[in-house]
Write a protein that binds this ligand. Structure first.
Ligand code: SAH
Length: 352
């Protein structure tokens, strides 16, 4: 099924039939620079606006089903209904000096990481390029309306982006070329899909790579991340080294700290060895609660201790600020629900 952000420029020209070429440029500009609806494309004749509004290939891919707000308005989570009734989520986070949107690349996820709510719920389908891009466009417009500028896009929502490689990459190119974000401000996060990391290394755009490691020995990693049986740590590390060798690229290691599981000194030492070999920055995320995983996140004080061990072992590590926990918008909590029900705004009320 097509949608407006699935169209290429040639596809848009077809939708516009016999219109002169500059019309396609105007529509493209309205879509990507302003995230405009046909009715808002006031530089077009009214008949053309109506033509676009009614054209099946120009419909939006995402219908807002629910919006949740947290952190005093600095975090927003959107639940979208897709044309086939499937649902995905997007999270927009404002920080001093930057605004980051976390986009989904699949409805559900097949990677089945035990501690992740998306993985617990299973896989529905890949998102199309347009379904991914439209999330970023919506975020950019919402940021602009709040007087902010969307500066970063992270592929850290629902799904495994490198298991949906072609559409993800096309979305990256649109976000870079048409939304105008710099490549290093676009982060593709993977649980370790080795062939995908190798393909990324061949691409011209030096996006930032995030690798969700969580364990730095194969025994523990196999328990947390089933994909490790297919692509063990040594292969993941070799692919990351290849990625960095391609030049101009940065990477980080993501580590969800789980109480008593991967937060001991020995874990820090194993992690530090890999991080040092790759020159990678480490992001520590205290594990967020999910319905299917009983073990708790590491307590704040022990998170600081773990970070201190890494620093002493010559590794740069930051603790991720926990955004949107109360609306189930934090890392690993996305499963296309409206959250706990607190502080959520039914879409109906938004227009009141
Ligand atoms: N599949 C990709 C993209 C999803 S990113 C990947 O795994 O990288 C989502 C991030 O949140 C990943 O780093 C993931 O490991 C992390 N995460 C998943 N569940 C979590 C949880 N319960 N608490 C904290 N982080 C979690």
């Amino acid at each position: 099924m097509g949608s407006r952000y699935d169209l290429t420029r040639e596809g848009l020209a077809t939708v516009l039939d016999d219109e002169p070429r500059y019309r396609a440029d105007q529509v493209w500009e309205a879509l990507y620079q302003r995230g405009a609806e046909p009715a808002e494309m006031t530089n077009l004749p009214q008949a053309l606006r109506r033509h676009l509004a009614e054209h099946p290939d120009f419909r939006p891919a995402l219908e807002l089903a629910h919006q949740s707000i947290s952190d005093g308005g600095e975090t927003a989570k959107w639940l979208w209904r897709l044309a086939d009734g499937r649902e995905v989520e997007t999270v927009l986070m404002h920080y001093p000096g930057r605004s980051t949107v976390c986009v989904s690349s699949q409805a559900g996820c097949a990677m089945a990481c035990s501690f992740c709510a998306t993985g617990q719920a299973g896989f529905d389908r890949n998102l199309s390029t347009g379904e991914i891009v439209e999330q970023a466009v919506h975020a950019r417009r919402a940021a602009a309306e709040a007087g902010r500028r969307l500066s970063n896009v992270v592929f850290m929502g629902m799904g495994e982006p490198l298991a949906n490689y072609d559409r993800t990459w096309e979305a990256v190119e649109r976000i870079h070329g048409d939304l105008g974000l710099s490549a290093r401000h676009i982060t593709v996060s993977t649980v370790g899909v080795v062939p995908g990391i190798r393909r990324l290394a061949q691409e011209a755009l030096p996006v930032t790579l995030a690798v969700s490691l969580h364990a730095a020995n194969d025994d523990l990693r196999e328990q947390l991340v089933p994909l490790n049986r297919r692509y063990p740590l040594a292969e993941v590390e070799a692919a990351c080294a290849e990625y960095l060798a391609a030049g101009g690229r940065r990477m980080s290691i993501e580590w969800a700290l789980i109480d008593g599981v991967n937060d001991r000194y020995s874990d820090a030492a194993e992690l530090a060895a890999i991080a040092r070999r790759l020159g990678a920055h480490v992001n520590l995320i205290p594990l967020n609660r999910t319905p299917g995983f009983p073990t708790l996140g590491t307590a704040a004080e022990d998170v600081r201790t773990f970070r201190g061990w890494l620093t002493a072992l010559d590794v740069n590590a930051t603790v991720r600020r926990n955004r949107g926990n109360d609306i189930d918008a934090a890392c690993g909590q996305l499963r296309a629900t409206v959250g706990s029900g607190r502080r959520t705004i039914p879409v109906r009320a938004l227009s009141d």
